[in-house]
Design a binder for this molecule. Structure first.
Ligand SMILES: [Zn+2]
Length: 603
């Protein structure tokens, strides 16, 4: 613990008993060496009247602006108020109070505590104003007192020099401080969201044109409605770096819609995120004359299931929510949240390869650790997210050409743990062939209750798996059903199962399913057909597993028809080899039978 700095008059008792500090690192409280408030914080305003120099400092801060980007790049400056505040975890510990230009009134509470060892901004500030720098998180026990130099330590580790927090992991320590703050009533844990400033204009061709015309006399003028949409020119060249719209000879030259004098179109385009922030509304309703029809959009939205990579979670999803809320706020649509479900799928990854000269190689240029063309050894690199620049992409095109898109789809859904290589196997293609034969079906007569049950369990199971996005599990169940159909004798049940199988595979292999559907003489497209209904009566097994206990201890199990009478179960239990052996030939003193569940023999 750093010693308290030179005694300074406490803030307490001067009109302010306390103020709220917002922090994302309550775990580092024992590394605090100062507190800072925003220039427009009420305390700063109040003391500006009586503290020489403070009013000038606040005025100076105002001139540098308070946008996040401006604050981040501006030199960090502080003004020592000469006052001190009491550390929340130790009433004898005083921290000097600064007014600082990097603390924003509209972020958190407009007040922070500084822990220089574990926050770069705080460290820069502490060095400038000669404040203590005390490490409270160490990546290893040996580094418990390793000095902090020019770089703050923001990584994981355990707490050190932190009294009751010592030895805890960072997350554990955060929870411990929050728990104590809540118990003592001086703080509370909270989750806050912050949308960063979003510059929506881009200096590039792809993107929606920004419908603004710049006029020397009138300033920026909106493109009149009857001239919308602004269409991008197609005769552009990408030979030179930069925005081709800016270089285009005619596109940007237009007359001002307001005064008619020569003017200039905005050549920046909108960030593609702008479109993806509301396209789902347009998907739900796409009239020709306006962005969307409110009633239709509200009928379909919100989107039930959003599927995307985790990289969407911090930008696109927040922008889309912001956009939706803004539309609601201005009364354009009555939907607060655009998506009700989120599923983040894994990335498609692959090993990377390099030749001896260090050039990237594509997987199909490599075999057995050598470059196919030259025989040179290949350097096998890390498994990384597929990217064209590293050439670690697998192109499904040639496989689609040879085996068809359905086979590739089936293969990808069957099982492709994304971290594993995707060696194409013909198994998927062979299954498509089998599917074609099985679904040809031959009519038969009579029932096959086992197959009926298998079919209805598969219908229910595949539906649930698809809902849960567990496609590989659905595929596994379909394989089992296909096997059962192939083994079953020709009955009416078998014909029904074969025909239903077509509907079960349709979402995954639509082409072959449509063909099989048409061949079976079914009306219309399978794409329009309803999902088959599972009969609840057939989801229940006819047989149950019965536990056999001796003196309450599980000794054996047996399979019996559902609803078998007590006497039958008792007889089956007493006939078990294990029971005979354990009872040593004696009869039990008492037999308790719970139908469909268990037989307990009291010896
Ligand atoms: Zn004008």
């Amino acid at each position: 613990m750093p010693d308290s700095p030179t005694p300074t008059p406490p803030l307490k008792g001067r009109g302010f008993d306390s103020f709220d500090v917002f922090t994302t690192r309550p775990d580092t409280l024992f590394g605090a060496s100062f507190a800072a408030i925003a220039p427009d914080h009420p305390i700063a305003t109040a003391f500006a009247q009586t503290t020489p120099g403070l009013a000038d400092f606040i005025a100076e801060c105002r001139t540098t602006g308070t946008a996040a980007a401006e604050v981040e790049t501006a030199e960090k400056k502080g003004f020592d108020t000469g006052l001190s505040v009491i550390h929340p975890l130790d009433p004898t510990w005083r921290l000097p109070l600064f007014v600082a230009n990097f603390v924003l009134m509209d972020y958190g509470t407009g007040a922070v505590f500084g822990c220089p060892a574990h926050d770069q901004r705080d460290l820069d500030f502490a060095r400038k104003y000669a404040l203590p720098v005390e490490r409270v998180v160490a990546p290893s026990p040996e580094e418990a007192s390793a000095p902090i130099h020019d770089e703050a330590y923001t990584g994981p580790g355990r707490l050190v020099n932190s009294r009751f927090l010592d030895g805890m992991e960072v997350e554990q320590a955060k929870a411990a401080v929050i728990a104590r703050a809540e118990a003592e009533g001086w703080g509370t844990g909270t989750t806050v969201w912050r949308l960063r400033d979003w510059g929506v204009s881009r200096q590039r061709y792809w993107g929606t044109p920004i419908p603004i015309i710049h006029c020397e006399g009138c300033g920026p003028v909106g493109v009149p409605k009857d001239q919308l949409p602004v269409v991008l020119p197609e005769d552009v060249s990408f030979d030179i770096p930069g925005n081709p719209l800016d270089r285009h000879p005619t596109w940007k030259h237009v007359d001002c819609p307001s005064c008619g004098k020569p003017a200039r179109r905005e050549t920046d385009t909108l960030d593609t995120f702008v479109d993806s922030s509301w396209y789902f509304i347009r998907f739900a309703s796409a009239p020709a004359d306006k962005p969307f029809d409110r009633a239709t959009a509200e009928k379909w939205l919100p989107v039930g299931q959003y599927i995307g990579g985790v990289e969407h979670a911090i930008l696109h999803l927040l922008y889309a929510r912001f956009w939706t809320r803004a539309l609601k706020h201005i009364g354009k649509i009555d939907i607060a949240e655009p998506f009700t479900g989120l599923f983040t799928q894994g990335m498609v990854t692959h090993e990377t390869y390099k030749d001896p000269a260090g050039a990237w190689l594509a997987p199909d240029e490599v075999a057995n650790g050598k470059v196919i063309a030259t025989g040179a050894p290949v350097e096998i690199g890390r498994i990384e997210k597929m990217s064209k620049s590293k050439k670690n992409t697998v192109d499904p095109g040639p496989i689609v050409d040879q085996y068809g898109a359905d086979a590739v789809r089936w293969f990808m859904l069957s099982d492709s743990p994304p971290e594993r290589d995707l060696p194409w196997s013909e198994a998927a293609w062979r299954f498509i062939q089998r599917l074609w034969r099985i679904t040809e079906g031959a009519d038969g007569e009579g029932e096959d209750r086992d197959l009926d049950r298998k079919l209805h369990k598969t219908i229910a199971g595949v539906a649930a798996d698809i809902e849960a996005l567990s496609f590989n599990k659905a595929v596994a169940k379909i394989y089992e059903l296909a096997n059962a159909i192939e083994k079953a004798p020709a009955t009416a049940s078998r014909a029904t199962a074969a025909r239903t199988l077509i509907r079960l595979v349709a979402p995954m292999v639509p082409h072959i399913a449509e063909e099989a559907w048409a061949r079976a003489g079914e009306p219309g497209l399978i794409a329009d057909a309803l999902w088959p209904e599972a009969d609840p009566a057939l989801l229940v097994d006819d047989e149950v597993t019965i536990a056999i206990q001796i003196n309450g201890k599980l000794r054996d199990t047996l399979t019996a028809p559902k609803g078998a009478p007590k006497e039958a179960l008792e007889e089956l239990a007493l006939g078990s080899d294990k029971v005979i052996r354990l009872l040593e030939g004696k009869a039990p003193r008492k037999v308790i039978v719970v139908p469909d569940r268990l037989v307990n023999l009291v010896a």
